[in-house]
Design a protein around this ligand. Structure first.
Ligand SMILES: Cc1cc2nc3c(=O)[nH]c(=O)nc-3n(C[C@H](O)[C@H](O)[C@H](O)COP(=O)(O)O)c2cc1C
Length: 371
């Protein structure tokens, strides 16, 4: 491609004129069932699939395809790819374009060593020449929206502005920036100033990502970075109302809106109890034994528990449940004894999803957040 094209128009957000919201792609989390649950509580503008892994023998994973083919949320889904071999990537793009995707998204951020050691995901950030080649080939093979999700570097930000130049060169249509290097994993401070650099340099809209814990934080990050929108991952697992809350909070900001809502929705512990029940029901799969499903639920609840009580009593009890009945008992005891109490908008300090995916050595998957 010789001349960069202007970015193509993105799908209309739920409330036109507001900053964009997106659910971050999360392996083992953002499947069809989870997207359906999110949509129930207030969908994000955009969904992204967990990544399709691309190599010589790969075929798009069927369970991820379901999140595209059977999506009835009314919101667009971008298909994310991870890989580096140009012909395999282009072949996969052609296969994915037969499905109702909103666009194709390239993963340039996964920090799992088993991924980056293969020079894919975050590993690509070490090699701008490879990025140039890959973005060029993908841009040429995607007639519609081509998007990228990246971190700000591998172990330093030395190549950052050069890579942002490549985003422009290859006419990327939307850029999501997780404001940490690969080596910073999931727990360091997020460098929102670097997201601001992207928002200034690239021609397409930028989604700010990383530790956007609440609608208030979203407003602050947007103000600091000048990004076009926000992408939330773990805090949407914790608080599925976060996208609705963002829209209500953004509306309070927009004086021109004729009937701004008077407040931002604050869920109670009873609302959270209902969320847990829905998540249990919707994510249950035929043939999966009860204990395995309870183990999966505990992975989501690791995040939910960060906002239930300040001393982590819910997390402590929940991690010990082995059966559905035990889990329900724990939820009823901790969420229904004071059902009208507010579920904290922000996570309580000191409570982390343990063991977690928040260290650089862990993989991007719920296996690494298992209890
Ligand atoms: C369990 C888990 C799985 C993830 N899987 C992916 C993935 O498949 N693709 C991707 O680009 N990022 C993935 N990420 C990174 C998130 O999209 C996001 O960038 C990161 O969690 C920071 O945002 P947050 O603070 O809002 O969670 C994953 C993160 C987690 C916690």
């Amino acid at each position: 491609m010789t001349h960069p094209l202007p970015p193509k128009p993105l799908p209309e957000p739920i409330l036109p004129g507001q900053p964009l919201t997106a659910l971050a792609p999360m392996q083992d989390v953002t499947d069809l069932a989870f997207m359906r649950v999110m949509a129930h509580y207030g969908a994000p503008d955009y969904f992204f699939t967990e990544f399709f892994r691309v190599h010589a023998q790969s075929r798009p994973e069927k369970h991820i395809l379901r999140s595209i083919d059977e999506n009835k949320t009314g919101r667009p889904v971008f298909a994310q790819l991870i890989g580096e071999h140009v012909s395999d990537m282009v072949r996969t793009v052609k296969e994915l374009l037969k499905h109702p995707v909103a666009g194709i998204d390239l993963n340039m951020g996964c920090p799992a060593p088993k991924i980056y050691k293969k020079n894919v995901g975050g590993g690509l950030l070490r090699d701008p020449a490879k990025i140039d080649e890959l973005l060029g080939a993908l841009r040429d093979s995607v007639p519609g929206l081509f998007t990228v999700k990246m971190r700000i570097g591998f172990d330093s930000t030395a190549h950052y502005e050069e890579i942002l130049g490549l985003i422009n060169k290859h006419s990327v249509d939307l850029l999501s920036v997780h404001g940490r290097t690969v080596k910073e994993g999931y727990r360091s401070e997020v460098h929102y100033d670097f997201i601001g650099t992207a928002a200034r340099i690239v021609r397409c809209p930028v989604l700010a990502n990383g530790n956007i814990t609440s609608a208030d934080k979203a407003v602050a990050v947007l103000a600091e970075s000048g990004a076009a929108g926000v992408m939330m991952g773990r805090h949407a697992i914790r608080n599925p109302w976060i996208f609705r809350q963002c829209r209500e909070r953004f509306a309070l900001h927009t004086a021109s809106r004729p009937h701004p809502p008077s407040s931002v929705f604050t869920p109670t512990l009873a609302d959270v109890r209902e969320y847990v029940a829905r998540l249990y029901r919707e994510t249950q799969q035929p043939g999966v034994p009860e204990q395995a499903h309870v183990a999966k639920m505990k992975k989501y609840l690791n995040f939910v528990g960060q906002s239930v009580d300040t001393d982590g009593a819910f997390l402590h009890a929940m991690r010990r449940a082995m059966t559905e009945a035990e889990l329900i008992h724990v939820c009823d005891r901790h969420l229904m004894s004071e059902p009208n109490k507010h579920f904290s908008t922000e996570p309580h300090p000191g409570l982390i999803a343990r063991p977690n995916c928040e260290t650089p050595i862990e993989s991007c998957s719920l296996d690494s957040v298992s209890a």
